[in-house]
Design a protein around this ligand. Sequence first.
Ligand SMILES: *Cc1c(COP(=O)(O)O)cnc(C)c1O
Length: 386
Amino acid sequence: MSEERHREDGFETRAIHEGQGYQGETGAVIPPVYLTSTFETGNPDGFDYTRSGNPNFRNLESTLASLEGGKHATVFASGVSAITAIVSTLKSGDVVLAEENIYGCTYRLFEQVFEKFGVSVEYLDFTEPANYEAITREKPVLVWIESPTNPLLKIIDIGAIAEVGHKAGGAVVVDNTFASSYLQRPLELGADLSLLSTTKYSSGHSDCLGGAVCTNDDAWQEKMVFAQKALGLQPSPFDSWLVSRGVKTEALRMERHCTNALALAEWLERESGAVWVRYPFLESHPQHALARKQMAGGSGIVSAEMGLSLEATQQFLKEMRLFTQAESLGGIESLSCHPASMTHASVPRETREAVGITDSLVRFSAGIETAEDLIADVRQALERVR
Ligand SMILES: *Cc1c(COP(=O)(O)O)cnc(C)c1O
């Protein structure tokens, strides 16, 4: 089938039929896992050593590029490896402007690793258009955003940031992990790089780690391929195969994540006594209109200020039967997270409370179970602590 034909196919069709190469001559409908560290010199597909390429990487890369609406994708061992690949292209003296509510591990990499190499990062609230002016003034090499953000689910205007960033000569990176390729496509909105922790919605089954960087820019692609092999950031062939299997059902899963999360968010807002509930597709969300414009659904994460004491919040998390308290998100099973003691534990209390990460903030990752069961579970846990 020609590539042109593929581009016209729908997301679900491309998720299943793109990236199905290297099946060999066995008639295998699903390409096998290529568990090999090296390849015979002179092979027709130009493989040499798995650190710089493997059939399972290439298959996944063509699927992810297609799903993100881009020309290229490079896969990595994790989302953090993908972030490392991008930041490794910077040099001493370079300035990065980042959204202040970015993922904690990205912040840690900037502050504890790349700062030592002379890369400086400034953090701004990019829901505030007045702050775009800093991009024009400081001419950063990279503008780093995430939308929705973690855990407050702020929505950043990707198209507007891309326009200002490009005028200032910088590249715009969007961490698309919370939205997923199915619900939001940063490259189509003007971003230069779209980054995924494929550990989350792409793979969707909480059974492997992976990352990817997607782009339409040949020069950036070359840098990502270089980082994959030169920094040793490549995934394992088996994990790549698992992500390839996961993305085939991404559309179906995301539809259910969205309906479950919306039902949970509406119930929390209406009946739980929560102080506030945040979900991009709730009308009460501060950037609700923008969320509707750049996303095809609200995704699977709901955050809520439960209005409980620290002890009661921790008890509430323990009382839930279906929401397992754990790091991560985006899997078929529901998970809960207590940002104040987990993802944001290292942030000083005043700093985190100032941005809304209080002791009673709970992040729910709605899985694809029966919606009524999820709501009933939250209800019974709340009844036990109230
Ligand atoms: C999980 C996550 C990452 C890091 O991905 P890993 O696969 O855990 O390394 C990066 N960004 C966001 C938004 C994430 O949720």
